[in-house]
Design a binder for this molecule. Structure first.
Ligand SMILES: [Zn+2]
Ligand SMILES: [Zn+2]
Length: 157
């Protein structure tokens, strides 16, 4: 410490020990304020908060703080979780919708057997219920004259 003091006094003769003390105290306060901010902020964002805080203190506050501000995750933990929930909810709704479509019960026009909307053939009487569109390959009603998806017109046979 004395060596640093002498060095400082040699280069900046106008610095007194008091000035230096105040400067040191000031830097310490700045470092701890920054470290505290980093700790709170990275906890909120689910980062490695202790690691960041220690780095901030060790490397003198300002530089690691600036670095942290650049690399920190741009979403808080809550925002991330909210987004994840929204995605899951949308997926659930989609699954539910698909389930409803596939479970929609229709009746076989020939034998009256209950068949699911996604059946190609009646399992009881072998009647063809659906056909594939030649254009877009989607499954459409067997009697459809035009594909409801792509507008392909089926030849009358
Ligand atoms: Zn049938
Ligand atoms: Zn089609």
């Amino acid at each position: 410490m004395n060596y640093i003091m002498n060095l400082l006094r040699g280069s900046f003769p106008w610095i007194s020990a008091l000035d230096f003390g105040i400067f040191l105290l000031g830097s310490l306060v700045v470092i701890f304020v920054l470290a505290f901010y980093v700790y709170r902020d990275s906890s909120l964002r689910g980062g490695k908060n202790l690691l960041w805080t220690i780095c901030t203190i060790l490397f003198g506050g300002i530089l690691p703080f600036l670095f942290y501000m650049i690399v920190r995750s741009s979403y808080t933990k809550e925002e991330l979780e909210e987004e994840k929930l929204n995605k899951e909810l949308m997926q659930l709704q989609r699954n539910y919708y698909e389930l409803m479509v596939s479970k929609e019960i229709q009746k076989c026009p020939v034998c009256g057997e209950e068949v699911s909307a996604d059946y190609m053939y009646c399992p009881k009487c072998f009647t063809q219920l659906k056909k594939y569109c030649d254009e877009c390959k989607k499954r459409v009603d067997k009697d459809a004259k035009i594909c409801p998806y792509c507008g392909h017109i089926f030849d009358e046979k």
